[in-house]
Design a protein around this ligand. Sequence first.
Ligand SMILES: [Zn+2]
Length: 359
Amino acid sequence: MAFVLDPAIRKIPKAELHVHIEGTVTPDMARRLAQKNNVSLDPSIFSADGSRYQWKDFFHLVTSVYDSMAQSIRTKQDYEDITYDYLTRCAAEGSIYEEMIAWGSQGDAVGLSYPDLIEGMAAGIDRAQRDTGIIGRINTALVRHQPFAKVTQEAQTIAAFPHPYIVGLDIAGGEQPGDIPKYQPLFDMIYAGFGRKPGMRLHAGEAAGPQNVRDALSLNPRPTRIGHGVRSIEDPLLVADLAANGTVLEVCPTSNVLANIYGSYADHPLRKLMGAGVKICLNSDDPGLFGDSIGEVYQVARDHFGFSDAELLTATKTAVAASFAEDAVKKTLLDKIRQYESGFFKPARTQGPGLRPAP
Ligand SMILES: [Zn+2]
């Protein structure tokens, strides 16, 4: 049954820190772009009726299916359009802020330069903000399931283009235990190229266990956020460390269940982590691939994890505080949250391409 966003959830302001830009592309959008760009997509990535993506297991999803789908996105204009499409859909669901992950090497795979990819996203961010008020920023990721020489090349490309909307750095892709410390020199190179230190967050503790989170936290400076990090629950001392340091876990409950990291919401440790004092925010990860949305994630948190409205708003406040956006942006976001608390916040009604009319 198609998801319907409850109006009571829609009116709560949301902020998301963990979403991959190519992963926002719906099957329809991928086919539309593929047709425009004269690209034939591997038909096995779609379900028989074409309405959703399909995958064999987690690694197959984050490597093969993701990469095949992303072949449809080829130009600077495409990146502007998918960014605008995603942000306006989020704004209509009550999101006020989206920090999106760009993969440094994705452009290489389709013959698009990295500056064009980032500038395309930046144009989509500006257009969506003009039309709906939503604010977007970018985290750039090194992709770890590649040869180290290729990742090094990717880091050089990132270091040479410090766009002001790039507010954070990340490691993403197929998680391998023990692989994080070797990336420290690459991050140091990026810091030098930027002449500033963007925020640091890493994917860890999703497919691999708590040691990967410990490895992530050993980087200098220590990351203030962990992408997923849910498998930290397997190590009580690590959980205590996260709580004591206020490290925020970007939890993606729908993604974790759909990618079969956990068999069901009942098995998911979100509540246990919160109970141990760990700060969390709520995220969709790859909403186009998974067929969900940030609104659906908030609704799942209420319906399957028993979040009250106050707890949903706390997740938003945690995301705003932990975001890597500049102070002026954070102030604007906090003003919107205060508007909600005084009964004056209204989600955007402007529709983007392909968007159903807002209720
Ligand atoms: Zn992710």
